[in-house]
Ligand binder design. Structure first.
Ligand code: ATP
Ligand code: MG
Length: 488
């Protein structure tokens, strides 16, 4: 009877899995392996995502034997539509078409690490391969060869963990994590992306091994961080990163924001929790990774600018300026790109208080023009950031701010339509000034140029060449220069 039930449940699982193998490539692969009398399995993240009904981009196939040989045969079979790249040292081959990407790899015995730089030396069985993977839910395999087609292999009860939404290492956490300490970060990344819980023993293992993250390259760390930031609610991941001690090893500046200091019975808000709340808020409105980074780091310089006085309570004067200055160092230590994306984050941090201070005052056209000039095309993102930054528990305060922001946005539109300041280029250039007064490059040129820019932004003259030219002559005259002056 028991045997019958087991057989029956296996049949159910088997048929269920077959149903999932809808991707056309599984049929091709299966036919080829059958003619070769080999064994192959679809494994890892693809199987996990299939069962979770999540979109998955890449398929991984493990072959008992050579992955490269099988990939070559599949490529021949499919003909011109595919592009095959072979990485002999790593024993892997990547097959791509316009629609999908499959990696073929031979089953391996030693530490499993995708895209590892370490060459693969030892062949292994499928069991060897699965036990070297990071989590039980990533150690699932479905057979693709004849007779077994569609059969699920689940040596570590990954299905149960999937159902209970749990991240757990297949071996003792200390063993799995010491093999490749990045897995500690991957655990937090998967928990955040999938909204899973990290099982206690696994989490304790992360705490115990946290310091080992130091041996992992910063590129791999920031890949995982970016994935956490791109998830729906990244605060969950950042709380785990901070709480486990990991954050301190690669983004100590952020970990340092945690905690509340009180003086004369007045505390300031916890800047760490505020920062990750702002990050969550921005995630509801934007998929832009760099805007999300700006939200996370906008208050990063608060600890160094913090002051308490009886008159003003807690202040953080200049934290936006210092935060912007800290950014290149943070990006460089995480090996994040030091390009226009970094400049964008730096700029948003530097400007993040501007819309708030506008919303606090009566909004003048001149202040709006200056904001438009400084933010340029990033004005909409800056407004999103400023709105996300309102995390007060006082509902009335929040509402007042958000209403004022609406007013600022309306004004921004009006002024932009009228004065086209967003991509403003002064109608008189430094060259023009030098030619007019016969001047070499010198301080005077700058003084005249800035007075024209200020006059336009302040609405004293219109944004056109005639009025700017007039003003240039007037300013020059005040400074003792005339058309074509030679006496300097
Ligand atoms: P995603 O593609 O969303 O990042 P994934 O689980 O598919 O998630 P990949 O990095 O594509 O992750 O790896 C595919 C599979 O390879 C994983 O599911 C896991 O079984 C295994 N794997 C990848 N990296 C590691 C690692 N560092 N340690 C152990 N196993 C790993
Ligand atoms: Mg993957």
């Amino acid at each position: 009877m028991i045997k019958f039930i087991i057989t029956l449940s296996l049949i159910i699982i088997k048929s269920r899995m077959e149903k999932y193998l809808t991707h056309p490539v599984f049929q091709f692969v299966s036919e080829i392996i059958n003619s070769e009398r080999k064994q192959a399995y679809v494994v890892g993240g693809y199987v996990r995502d299939l069962l979770l009904e999540r979109q998955s981009k890449d398929i991984d196939i493990v072959v008992v034997g050579s992955g490269i040989e099988l990939a070559k045969k599949v490529a021949d079979y499919l003909g011109k539509k595919t592009k095959l790249s072979v990485y002999k040292n790593f024993g892997t081959a990547l097959l791509k078409t316009d629609e999908w990407e499959i990696e073929f790899v031979g089953a391996r015995k030693e530490s499993y690490r995708k895209h590892s730089r370490k060459p693969i030396v030892e062949d292994g069985t499928l069991d060897d391969d699965l036990r070297r993977r990071d989590f039980t839910v990533n150690a699932l395999a479905i057979a693709l060869h004849k007779n077994k087609y569609g059969k699920l292999l689940d040596p570590f009860n990954g299905i149960k963990d999937l159902k209970n939404r749990i991240i757990r290492t297949p071996l003792e956490p200390a063993v799995t994590f010491s093999d490749d300490p990045l897995r500690m970060l991957r655990a937090i990344r998967f928990a955040t992306q999938l909204k899973f819980r990290i099982e206690n023993n696994t989490y304790e293992g992360i705490k115990a091994s946290a310091g080992r993250i130091n041996i992992v390259s910063k590129e791999r760390i920031s890949d995982e961080l970016n994935k956490i930031i791109m998830s729906q609610k990244p605060s969950y991941g950042f709380i785990l990163l901070e709480n486990s001690g990991l954050l301190n090893y690669f983004l100590a500046q952020l970990a340092k924001l945690k905690g509340v200091e009180a003086q004369n019975g007045i505390g300031h808000k916890d800047i760490f929790y505020h920062s990750i709340e702002v990050l969550d808020n921005i995630c509801e409105h934007s998929e832009n990774l760099w805007l999300r980074w700006a939200a996370l780091l906008h208050d990063i310089a608060k600890p160094m600018t913090k002051k308490f006085t009886k008159e003003n309570g807690w202040t953080f004067y200049g934290h936006e300026y210092h935060g912007a200055r800290m950014l290149p160092g943070i990006f460089s230590s995480l090996r994040l790109p030091l390009n226009e994306n970094m400049k964008y984050v730096e700029k948003l941090i530097g400007l993040h208080l501007r819309p708030i201070s506008l919303a606090e005052e009566t909004v003048t056209d001149s202040a709006i023009r200056r904001l438009l000039f400084d933010a340029g095309d990033d004005i909409d993102d800056l407004m999103l950031l400023a709105e996300a930054d309102i995390t007060s528990k006082n509902e009335l305060k929040v509402e007042t701010y958000l209403n004022n922001f609406k007013l600022v946005r309306k004004k921004l539109l009006e002024v932009e339509q009228r004065d086209a300041i967003r991509n403003f280029k002064p109608p008189i250039s430094g060259e023009d000034i030098m030619k007019t007064f016969n001047l070499p490059p010198c301080k005077t040129v700058g003084i005249i140029k800035y007075s024209i820019k200020d006059a336009i932004l302040d609405g004293i003259i219109a944004n056109n060449r005639e009025e700017a030219y007039e003003l240039m002559l007037k300013k020059g005259k005040e400074l003792g220069y005339h058309l074509g002056t030679k006496n300097h």
